[in-house]
Design a protein around this ligand. Structure first.
Ligand code: SF4
Length: 315
Protein backbone atom coordinates (compact mmCIF):
# COMPACT_ATOMS: atom_id res chain seq x y z
CA UNK A 1 0.00 0.00 0.00
CA UNK A 2 1.25 3.50 -0.74
CA UNK A 3 0.22 6.72 0.90
CA UNK A 4 -3.34 7.74 -0.15
CA UNK A 5 -3.27 10.56 -2.71
CA UNK A 6 -6.53 12.07 -1.45
CA UNK A 7 -4.86 13.28 1.77
CA UNK A 8 -2.90 15.88 -0.23
CA UNK A 9 -0.56 16.48 2.67
CA UNK A 10 3.03 15.87 3.74
CA UNK A 11 2.01 13.72 6.72
CA UNK A 12 1.83 9.98 7.19
CA UNK A 13 -1.70 10.34 8.53
CA UNK A 14 -4.83 12.27 7.55
CA UNK A 15 -4.75 15.33 9.79
CA UNK A 16 -7.74 17.59 10.40
CA UNK A 17 -6.13 20.65 8.82
CA UNK A 18 -5.67 18.80 5.53
CA UNK A 19 -9.16 17.29 5.67
CA UNK A 20 -10.74 20.73 5.98
CA UNK A 21 -8.50 22.33 3.39
CA UNK A 22 -9.39 19.55 0.94
CA UNK A 23 -13.09 19.88 1.68
CA UNK A 24 -13.52 23.65 1.94
CA UNK A 25 -10.52 24.99 0.02
CA UNK A 26 -9.38 27.33 2.80
CA UNK A 27 -8.01 27.39 6.34
CA UNK A 28 -10.71 26.26 8.75
CA UNK A 29 -10.36 26.66 12.51
CA UNK A 30 -12.39 25.38 15.41
CA UNK A 31 -13.50 28.11 17.80
CA UNK A 32 -13.79 26.66 21.32
CA UNK A 33 -16.94 27.65 23.19
CA UNK A 34 -17.85 27.24 26.85
CA UNK A 35 -21.64 27.51 26.84
CA UNK A 36 -21.95 26.98 30.58
CA UNK A 37 -22.90 23.29 30.58
CA UNK A 38 -22.16 20.94 33.46
CA UNK A 39 -21.61 17.17 33.39
CA UNK A 40 -23.89 14.37 34.66
CA UNK A 41 -20.81 12.50 35.82
CA UNK A 42 -19.98 15.34 38.18
CA UNK A 43 -23.35 16.64 39.37
CA UNK A 44 -24.63 13.34 40.81
CA UNK A 45 -27.01 12.43 37.97
CA UNK A 46 -24.72 9.60 36.83
CA UNK A 47 -21.97 9.88 39.44
CA UNK A 48 -20.05 12.42 41.47
CA UNK A 49 -16.42 13.39 41.25
CA UNK A 50 -16.24 12.85 37.50
CA UNK A 51 -13.70 10.84 35.54
CA UNK A 52 -10.58 10.39 37.64
CA UNK A 53 -8.40 12.45 35.26
CA UNK A 54 -10.87 15.37 34.90
CA UNK A 55 -9.93 18.62 36.62
CA UNK A 56 -13.53 19.84 36.65
CA UNK A 57 -12.61 23.51 36.25
CA UNK A 58 -14.08 24.15 32.84
CA UNK A 59 -12.57 26.61 30.39
CA UNK A 60 -10.21 29.45 31.28
CA UNK A 61 -13.09 31.83 30.56
CA UNK A 62 -15.25 30.12 33.18
CA UNK A 63 -12.43 30.25 35.70
CA UNK A 64 -12.01 33.97 35.05
CA UNK A 65 -15.58 34.97 35.90
CA UNK A 66 -19.04 35.21 34.32
CA UNK A 67 -19.06 33.60 30.88
CA UNK A 68 -19.42 35.85 27.83
CA UNK A 69 -22.25 34.89 25.47
CA UNK A 70 -21.67 32.34 22.69
CA UNK A 71 -21.69 35.22 20.18
CA UNK A 72 -19.07 37.18 22.11
CA UNK A 73 -16.84 34.13 22.48
CA UNK A 74 -17.02 33.45 18.75
CA UNK A 75 -16.31 37.04 17.76
CA UNK A 76 -13.24 37.22 20.01
CA UNK A 77 -11.85 33.90 18.76
CA UNK A 78 -12.63 34.71 15.15
CA UNK A 79 -10.69 37.97 15.27
CA UNK A 80 -7.68 36.22 16.74
CA UNK A 81 -7.61 33.44 14.12
CA UNK A 82 -8.23 35.85 11.24
CA UNK A 83 -5.38 38.08 12.37
CA UNK A 84 -2.81 35.48 13.44
CA UNK A 85 -3.64 32.37 11.37
CA UNK A 86 -5.26 33.80 8.24
CA UNK A 87 -8.34 31.70 8.93
CA UNK A 88 -11.02 31.64 6.25
CA UNK A 89 -13.92 29.74 7.81
CA UNK A 90 -14.85 28.51 11.28
CA UNK A 91 -16.44 25.62 13.13
CA UNK A 92 -18.19 26.39 16.43
CA UNK A 93 -16.71 23.90 18.88
CA UNK A 94 -18.91 23.37 21.95
CA UNK A 95 -16.09 21.98 24.03
CA UNK A 96 -16.48 22.40 27.78
CA UNK A 97 -18.07 19.56 29.77
CA UNK A 98 -21.16 17.86 28.28
CA UNK A 99 -22.57 20.02 25.50
CA UNK A 100 -25.81 18.12 24.99
CA UNK A 101 -26.70 18.10 28.68
CA UNK A 102 -29.69 20.42 28.70
CA UNK A 103 -33.24 20.89 27.41
CA UNK A 104 -33.52 20.51 23.65
CA UNK A 105 -34.82 24.09 23.20
CA UNK A 106 -31.75 25.47 24.96
CA UNK A 107 -29.42 23.34 22.81
CA UNK A 108 -31.18 24.54 19.64
CA UNK A 109 -30.90 28.16 20.76
CA UNK A 110 -27.18 27.89 21.57
CA UNK A 111 -26.24 26.02 18.39
CA UNK A 112 -28.33 28.43 16.26
CA UNK A 113 -26.68 31.40 17.92
CA UNK A 114 -23.25 30.04 16.94
CA UNK A 115 -24.23 29.07 13.41
CA UNK A 116 -25.66 32.52 12.71
CA UNK A 117 -22.19 34.07 12.95
CA UNK A 118 -20.25 35.26 9.90
CA UNK A 119 -18.01 32.66 8.19
CA UNK A 120 -19.35 29.88 10.41
CA UNK A 121 -19.61 26.70 8.35
CA UNK A 122 -20.32 24.13 10.99
CA UNK A 123 -20.64 22.77 14.46
CA UNK A 124 -18.66 20.34 16.58
CA UNK A 125 -20.37 19.20 19.77
CA UNK A 126 -18.41 17.40 22.49
CA UNK A 127 -20.41 15.12 24.74
CA UNK A 128 -20.75 11.78 26.54
CA UNK A 129 -22.27 8.76 24.79
CA UNK A 130 -24.95 8.48 27.50
CA UNK A 131 -26.10 12.02 26.81
CA UNK A 132 -27.34 11.99 23.23
CA UNK A 133 -30.99 11.02 23.10
CA UNK A 134 -32.67 10.73 19.71
CA UNK A 135 -34.09 14.27 19.77
CA UNK A 136 -30.54 15.65 20.08
CA UNK A 137 -29.41 13.48 17.19
CA UNK A 138 -32.35 14.84 15.14
CA UNK A 139 -31.33 18.39 16.02
CA UNK A 140 -27.78 17.76 14.82
CA UNK A 141 -29.05 15.98 11.72
CA UNK A 142 -31.28 18.95 10.85
CA UNK A 143 -28.22 21.19 10.99
CA UNK A 144 -26.37 19.00 8.49
CA UNK A 145 -28.72 20.28 5.75
CA UNK A 146 -26.84 23.59 5.79
CA UNK A 147 -23.74 22.97 7.87
CA UNK A 148 -20.81 20.63 8.46
CA UNK A 149 -21.56 18.83 11.74
CA UNK A 150 -19.36 16.76 14.06
CA UNK A 151 -20.41 14.89 17.17
CA UNK A 152 -17.44 14.28 19.49
CA UNK A 153 -17.97 11.31 21.78
CA UNK A 154 -15.74 10.59 24.76
CA UNK A 155 -15.07 6.86 24.95
CA UNK A 156 -11.48 6.63 26.28
CA UNK A 157 -11.41 2.80 26.26
CA UNK A 158 -13.54 0.01 24.84
CA UNK A 159 -12.89 -2.09 27.98
CA UNK A 160 -15.54 -1.91 30.67
CA UNK A 161 -13.04 -2.83 33.39
CA UNK A 162 -11.10 0.33 32.52
CA UNK A 163 -14.23 2.49 32.28
CA UNK A 164 -15.06 1.42 35.84
CA UNK A 165 -11.56 2.18 37.11
CA UNK A 166 -11.66 5.70 35.65
CA UNK A 167 -15.25 6.33 36.85
CA UNK A 168 -16.62 7.07 33.36
CA UNK A 169 -20.15 6.28 34.52
CA UNK A 170 -21.11 4.43 31.32
CA UNK A 171 -20.29 1.15 29.65
CA UNK A 172 -18.74 0.61 26.23
CA UNK A 173 -22.08 -0.72 24.98
CA UNK A 174 -23.61 2.75 25.55
CA UNK A 175 -20.99 4.19 23.20
CA UNK A 176 -21.66 1.51 20.56
CA UNK A 177 -25.39 2.25 20.75
CA UNK A 178 -24.81 6.01 20.43
CA UNK A 179 -22.63 5.53 17.35
CA UNK A 180 -25.22 3.31 15.69
CA UNK A 181 -28.04 5.79 16.41
CA UNK A 182 -26.03 8.77 15.11
CA UNK A 183 -24.65 7.04 12.04
CA UNK A 184 -26.05 7.33 8.51
CA UNK A 185 -27.35 10.84 9.23
CA UNK A 186 -24.60 12.94 7.68
CA UNK A 187 -23.23 13.63 11.17
CA UNK A 188 -19.46 13.15 11.40
CA UNK A 189 -18.58 11.18 14.51
CA UNK A 190 -15.26 11.77 16.28
CA UNK A 191 -14.20 9.54 19.18
CA UNK A 192 -11.83 10.49 21.98
CA UNK A 193 -9.55 7.83 23.43
CA UNK A 194 -6.83 7.95 26.09
CA UNK A 195 -3.56 6.03 25.82
CA UNK A 196 -1.97 4.88 29.07
CA UNK A 197 -5.03 4.34 31.27
CA UNK A 198 -4.42 2.41 34.52
CA UNK A 199 -4.25 -1.35 34.10
CA UNK A 200 -4.27 -1.33 30.29
CA UNK A 201 -1.67 -3.20 28.26
CA UNK A 202 -0.65 -2.08 24.78
CA UNK A 203 -2.82 -4.88 23.40
CA UNK A 204 -5.83 -3.49 25.34
CA UNK A 205 -5.26 -0.06 23.80
CA UNK A 206 -4.86 -1.49 20.30
CA UNK A 207 -8.09 -3.41 20.79
CA UNK A 208 -9.93 -0.11 21.40
CA UNK A 209 -8.57 1.21 18.09
CA UNK A 210 -9.38 -2.06 16.35
CA UNK A 211 -13.04 -1.78 17.40
CA UNK A 212 -13.21 1.89 16.30
CA UNK A 213 -11.79 0.89 12.92
CA UNK A 214 -14.86 -1.31 12.35
CA UNK A 215 -17.40 1.39 13.24
CA UNK A 216 -18.89 4.30 11.26
CA UNK A 217 -16.52 6.71 13.03
CA UNK A 218 -15.04 9.53 10.93
CA UNK A 219 -12.46 11.02 13.26
CA UNK A 220 -10.39 10.32 16.36
CA UNK A 221 -8.68 12.30 19.09
CA UNK A 222 -5.90 10.42 20.86
CA UNK A 223 -4.88 11.83 24.24
CA UNK A 224 -2.00 10.90 26.52
CA UNK A 225 -3.04 10.21 30.09
CA UNK A 226 -1.96 13.12 32.29
CA UNK A 227 -1.76 13.41 36.06
CA UNK A 228 -3.12 16.83 37.02
CA UNK A 229 -3.22 18.54 40.40
CA UNK A 230 -6.64 18.44 41.99
CA UNK A 231 -7.71 15.20 40.28
CA UNK A 232 -8.02 11.68 41.63
CA UNK A 233 -5.42 10.65 39.05
CA UNK A 234 -3.07 13.32 40.39
CA UNK A 235 -3.55 11.97 43.92
CA UNK A 236 -2.86 8.39 42.81
CA UNK A 237 0.26 9.56 41.00
CA UNK A 238 1.42 11.47 44.09
CA UNK A 239 0.89 8.38 46.23
CA UNK A 240 2.90 6.24 43.80
CA UNK A 241 -0.12 4.07 43.02
CA UNK A 242 -0.06 4.51 39.25
CA UNK A 243 2.65 4.55 36.64
CA UNK A 244 2.40 6.82 33.62
CA UNK A 245 3.67 5.89 30.19
CA UNK A 246 7.18 6.67 29.02
CA UNK A 247 7.40 8.79 25.90
CA UNK A 248 8.76 6.05 23.66
CA UNK A 249 6.01 3.65 24.71
CA UNK A 250 3.40 6.33 23.96
CA UNK A 251 4.88 7.10 20.54
CA UNK A 252 5.11 3.41 19.61
CA UNK A 253 1.52 2.79 20.73
CA UNK A 254 0.14 5.78 18.82
CA UNK A 255 1.93 4.61 15.66
CA UNK A 256 0.51 1.09 16.15
CA UNK A 257 -2.96 2.66 16.40
CA UNK A 258 -2.53 4.81 13.28
CA UNK A 259 -1.44 1.81 11.27
CA UNK A 260 -4.71 -0.04 11.88
CA UNK A 261 -7.18 2.83 11.42
CA UNK A 262 -8.90 3.38 8.08
CA UNK A 263 -7.19 5.91 5.79
CA UNK A 264 -10.40 8.01 5.69
CA UNK A 265 -10.51 8.49 9.48
CA UNK A 266 -9.49 12.06 10.27
CA UNK A 267 -6.83 12.38 12.97
CA UNK A 268 -7.94 15.34 15.03
CA UNK A 269 -5.40 15.03 17.83
CA UNK A 270 -2.37 12.89 18.70
CA UNK A 271 -1.56 13.98 22.23
CA UNK A 272 -2.91 16.04 25.10
CA UNK A 273 -1.91 19.64 25.70
CA UNK A 274 -2.71 22.60 27.95
CA UNK A 275 -3.16 22.37 31.74
CA UNK A 276 0.27 23.86 32.40
CA UNK A 277 -0.79 25.43 35.72
CA UNK A 278 -1.87 22.09 37.22
CA UNK A 279 0.37 19.70 35.31
CA UNK A 280 2.17 16.98 37.30
CA UNK A 281 3.29 14.24 34.89
CA UNK A 282 4.51 12.68 32.63
CA UNK A 283 7.15 15.36 31.98
CA UNK A 284 7.53 14.61 28.25
CA UNK A 285 3.84 15.38 27.62
CA UNK A 286 4.39 19.10 28.28
CA UNK A 287 6.09 19.49 24.92
CA UNK A 288 3.36 18.77 22.38
CA UNK A 289 5.49 19.54 19.32
CA UNK A 290 8.22 17.20 20.52
CA UNK A 291 5.69 14.37 20.87
CA UNK A 292 4.21 15.06 17.41
CA UNK A 293 7.70 15.15 15.89
CA UNK A 294 8.56 11.85 17.60
CA UNK A 295 5.41 10.25 16.11
CA UNK A 296 6.33 11.56 12.64
CA UNK A 297 9.87 10.27 13.15
CA UNK A 298 8.70 6.82 14.19
CA UNK A 299 6.35 6.53 11.18
CA UNK A 300 9.26 7.59 8.93
CA UNK A 301 11.49 4.97 10.55
CA UNK A 302 8.88 2.26 10.06
CA UNK A 303 8.09 3.63 6.59
CA UNK A 304 4.39 3.10 7.32
CA UNK A 305 1.21 5.17 7.14
CA UNK A 306 -2.19 5.42 8.76
CA UNK A 307 -4.20 2.48 7.49
CA UNK A 308 -1.36 0.31 6.28
CA UNK A 309 -2.63 -2.61 8.38
CA UNK A 310 -6.32 -1.77 8.19
CA UNK A 311 -8.35 -4.45 6.47
CA UNK A 312 -11.87 -3.89 5.24
CA UNK A 313 -14.37 -6.68 5.67
CA UNK A 314 -13.94 -9.11 2.80
CA UNK A 315 -10.31 -8.12 2.09
S1 SF4 B 1 -17.37 13.17 31.12
FE1 SF4 B 1 -15.91 14.81 30.58
S2 SF4 B 1 -16.56 16.60 31.78
FE2 SF4 B 1 -17.59 14.80 32.65
S3 SF4 B 1 -16.27 14.16 34.33
FE3 SF4 B 1 -15.66 12.96 32.53
S4 SF4 B 1 -13.99 14.15 31.55
FE4 SF4 B 1 -15.04 15.52 33.03
Amino acid sequence: MSKPAFWKNAKRYYDLKSFWRNRFGCRVYKLPIDAGFTCPNRDGTVATGGCIYCDGRGSRLRQAGPLPSVTEQIRQGREYYRKHRHAGKFIAYFQTFTNTYGPIDLLRQLYDEALAEEDMIGLSVGTRPDCIPDDVIRLLENNTKQFHVWLELGLQSIHNKTLQVINRGHAAEVFLDAVQRASGKNIHICTHIIVGLPGETREDIIETARVLATLPVHGIKIHALLALKGTRMGDLYGQGKITLMEKDDYVQTVCDILEILPTEMVIQRLTADGYRDIFLAPPWAVNKMDVLNAIDGELDKRDTYQGIYYHRKGD
